[in-house]
Design a binder for this molecule. Structure first.
Ligand code: SF4
Length: 252
């Protein structure tokens, strides 16, 4: 018999500093519209406030929620609490980008009661990160993971990408070993997929690229020498729904 659980609340924060060429999640790079978005979502919350009795999780995904200035994050949180009720053991997750993580941001997240962080690391190899046009470096990812560990969030998850052109099994294994060394609650590994209408997807349409064949993909996902597999999940495509993001990790 399935136990009754309360619904979870997902809030999409549709801002990114830059667009990654593989990503088809909706976001804009014009940060000047943050205030307009905040006002709009506050009005929307008022419209929905009587439809739900209690939530048992809150997930701020994106986009890049960690890009919101601390006072805007606090205002968003204040209105969420004003409009909705949350159980006392609510899991409160925020997706973060490594280069947004510094001591004052960690304090701001903790002050809000965030107890789960999902960080979009993607790789601990600078070559991969440059290829993916990520705005952080491997060193920044390590520093951010150290910061999260020091701040003692109850749960930390990180997401990684495999199947990148030029990525070897050995470099992928190094990234995995580095990720497991932080002992996160969960690691989500996504095979690079070339989504239509993204810059990478357009290259695929033009015949310039192919995704990994099944056999090679499975070689990456079975990484035989990985010392800790129990917290690692592999997905042969990027997360395509908010529910998938809520239950695993994000893409930020
Ligand atoms: S992968 Fe993350 S940071 Fe990059 S564009 Fe998508 S949501 Fe923004």
């Amino acid at each position: 018999m399935t136990e009754f659980t309360h619904p979870g609340l997902y809030v999409h924060v549709p801002f990114c500093k830059t667009k990654c060429p593989y990503c088809d999640f909706y976001s804009v790079t014009s940060l000047s519209s943050i205030q307009d978005w905040l006002e709009a979502i506050k009005r929307e919350m008022l419209l929905y406030r009587d439809r739900f009795s209690l939530f048992d999780s809150l997930y701020l995904g994106g986009g890049t929620p960690s890009l919101l200035p601390d006072h805007d994050l606090a205002e968003l949180h204040h209105h969420l609490l004003h409009c909705f009720s949350f159980s006392s053991d609510t899991e409160f997750t925020v997706e973060v980008n490594p280069d947004d993580i510094h001591s004052s941001k960690l304090v701001a997240l903790q002050d809000l009661g965030v107890n789960r962080i999902s960080m979009g690391v993607q790789s601990f190899d600078d070559r991969d990160l440059r290829f993916l046009k990520r705005r952080h470096t491997a060193d920044q990812a390590v520093t951010a993971m150290d910061g999260l560990k020091g701040a003692a969030f109850a749960k930390v998850g990180l997401d990684l990408m495999y199947g990148l052109p030029g990525q070897t099994e050995s470099s992928w294994l190094k990234t995995l070993e580095q990720a497991t060394s932080f002992n996160p609650e969960h690691i989500s590994c996504y095979q690079l997929t070339l989504e239509e209408r993204t810059p990478f997807g357009i290259l695929k349409t033009q015949g310039e690229w192919k995704t990994l064949d099944e056999e090679t993909g499975s070689a990456f996902s079975s990484s035989p020498r990985l010392s800790s597999k129990k917290k690692v999940t592999f997905t042969t495509r990027s997360p395509t729904s908010q529910e998938e993001k809520r239950t695993s990790a994000g893409t930020t």
